[in-house]
Design a protein around this ligand. Structure first.
Ligand code: FAD
Length: 563
């Protein structure tokens, strides 16, 4: 683009309105003007990008005036401002960055949310229907040149900016999704943030999945803890344990913890997981009535197994059966009360469920099903579970394993849009672009989560956006699950429900105790249930995820992947 030192006779002024007339001459080369395009080339109330002397400039047409600012968005480190949405905030004409949504004044270049991120402005003119931009950098230190709106008094958030220049990431929750996101972020952009983590639990992060194995005595505590306290210290991460966040102040971009710690953030990551559901029946607060979610629950079960005999587990799903098996391994007499007539009815079909029940009974578990729990009885500590049909089961320990619900109260109180979970888009961003959320607390395209596989992918995508890459989008995929009871092999993937257009391929080998059922629809596997031999589970899960046409494999499908 070629420039002229002689500015056009000014017919209209825009960004320059009220500013000194831009009358550059050949003697002042600092004032070169560039003719960019016709005013009509720019759609009203929108922007275009132009390369002027090697600089990216975003030019906006607003009510037939033009404004020019740098196209580079310092918040996302991308040349995107020309694509932002133009609007008016409190009388100030602004553009919202399409990535992190900070607002930049088109007159002063000031970033409304973070003044330190302000962008340059450039003089602009419309002359005989043509857009002209003045082009020299020093002359275009526009925030000063144009007598900008005074910056607001810094909030506590802005006042405590780290000296390193890194931005501040605050993480609420120290669980599996949170720490995987932090790990992914450290890989992508190790110095991008100063990181502060708040955890409600007393220790570093641990692998919640392994709690069942810890209870059963198959794992030790050291195997379960994934992030000991030194892990945080070595990476300069500030960790607050046993100190849950009790308030998110979005206006000032800071959080407050139960102990009174305040932490300012540029980006907030919410990863508060789930609450275990509690049956709303009489006696549910008696001593010895617990759920199965955290390390302290395993401690409570082990203590009970030490001094008591009878355990009742309410819920015959994956978690309930793992708790029951663990307590059996700890020499308790265990009865499982299940509302449905089939164990793990959400994951496996009736045949696999029956095989599973027989095997677990053979090992010593008792089942009462279908049965409804009416309440718990006891003096101080629980002594019995009462059923709706009047039966009573002796119980010194009651473990409720009846599902989870996203932990969203904190987000709701902060005004973030929630449904069953915190609503997030494909970038794991909430309705507030400074706030991300991952894990079991989120709801993405109508889905909430209860297994870790989708959380790993969420962590990858979220870290990518926190790192400013902006190149990944999250999509949920069909899931698979496996019961973690040693010697009992159960695997389920996808959707095994019968339905019009679906057919089942079944293999039964009673002698070996093997049962396999694949549900096929449109020449693709959409569900798999395996009992007794689960070696090909991951292969079936991959075929389901990929939606592969299985016509060529059909005759050997039930016998597994070729070695
Ligand atoms: C016994 C058991 C066995 C499981 N087995 C499997 C399995 O085999 N396969 C599988 O895929 N999944 C399994 N899961 C599920 C899996 O563990 C979860 O999907 C996963 O842990 C969810 O991760 P998350 O980070 O979202 O939540 P969590 O791991 O629960 O982490 C959330 C953390 O946030 C903390 N927190 C909450 N509120 C606050 C606050 N206000 N301030 C600070 N911290 C807060 C919580 O205390 C918690 O530590 C199992 C779960 C359990 C309990």
């Amino acid at each position: 683009m070629s420039g002229t030192a002689v500015p056009p006779a000014v017919a209209e002024s825009a960004a320059g309105a009220g500013t000194p007339a831009a009358t550059g001459t050949a003697a002042s080369p600092a004032r070169l003007w560039q003719q960019v395009c016709a005013l009509d080339d720019i759609v009203p109330e929108s922007g275009v990008a132009a390369l002027i002397d090697g600089r990216q400039v975003a030019i906006f047409r607003v009510r037939d005036a033009v404004y020019a600012i740098g196209n580079h968005d310092p918040a996302s480190d991308a040349n995107v401002l020309a694509r932002g949405i133009v609007g008016d905030i409190g009388g100030e004409i602004v553009v919202a960055s399409p990535i992190y949504k900070q607002h930049f004044s088109l007159v002063s270049g000031r970033c409304l949310e973070q003044p330190e991120l302000s962008v340059p402005t450039y003089p602009s003119r419309v002359h005989e229907g043509q857009v002209w931009i003045g082009g020299d950098a020093p002359a275009l230190a526009p925030t000063q040149a144009l007598a900008p709106t005074p910056a607001p008094t810094p909030t506590p958030t802005q006042a405590h900016r780290p000296p390193t220049g890194a931005r501040r990431l605050v993480v609420i929750g120290n669980g599996m999704a949170a720490m995987r996101t932090v790990e992914e972020l450290l890989e992508l952009a190790p110095a991008a943030y100063e990181i502060t983590v708040f955890g409600a639990e007393p220790q570093g992060s641990y692998n919640r999945i392994l709690l069942s194995s810890l209870l059963a005595g198959d794992k030790r505590l050291e195997d379960v803890v994934t992030h000991p306290l030194e892990w945080y210290a070595r990476r300069g991460i500030r960790l607050h344990t046993s100190d849950p966040v009790v308030e998110i102040d979005r206006a000032h971009r800071c959080v407050r913890s139960r102990s009174g710690v305040e932490a300012a953030y540029d980006r907030l990551l919410i990863a508060t997981g789930s609450h275990a559901n509690v049956l709303q029946v009489p006696g549910n607060t008696l001593e010895g009535v617990i759920t199965f979610r955290a390390l302290e629950d395993v401690d409570a079960m082990l203590a009970a197994a030490h001094s008591h005999r009878h355990a009742v587990v309410i819920g015959g799903g994956l978690l309930g059966l793992e708790a029951a098996n663990g307590l059996l391994q700890r020499n308790m007499a265990v009865t499982v009360v299940h509302a449905s007539g089939h164990l793990m009815e959400r994951q496996v079909d009736a045949t696999a469920s029956e095989l599973l029940r027989r095997e677990l009974e053979r090992r010593g578990l008792k089942f009462v099903m279908p049965a409804k729990t009416a309440g718990m009885r006891g003096e101080g500590r629980v002594s019995a579970v009462t059923l709706a049909d009047g039966r009573e089961l002796p119980a010194d320990l009651v473990v409720m394993a009846i599902g989870v619900r996203p932990n969203i109260e904190l987000a709701q109180a902060a005004g973030l849009r929630c449904d069953r979970g915190i609503l997030v888009d494909d970038t794991l961003s909430s309705f507030d672009p400074a706030v991300y959320a991952v894990g079991e607390c989120v709801q993405h395209r109508g889905t909430t989560f209860g297994l870790v596989a989708p959380l790993w992918e969420q962590a990858r995508v979220c870290a990518n956006h926190l790192a400013g890459r902006g190149t990944r989008g999250y999509r949920s995929r069909p899931l698979s699950t496996q019961l973690k009871v040693s010697g009992v092999d159960v695997f389920a993937a996808g959707n095994h429900a019968e339905g019009p257009g679906a057919e089942s391929l079944v293999l039964r080998d009673p002698r070996r105790g093997v049962y396999k059922r694949l549900v096929i629809e449109n020449d693709r596997i959409r569900g798999a249930v395996l009992y007794g031999d689960v070696r090909d589970g991951n292969w079936y899960a991959d075929l389901i995820k990929e939606g592969r046409d299985i016509r060529a494999l059909r005759d050997r499908l039930l016998f597994g992947a070729a070695p």
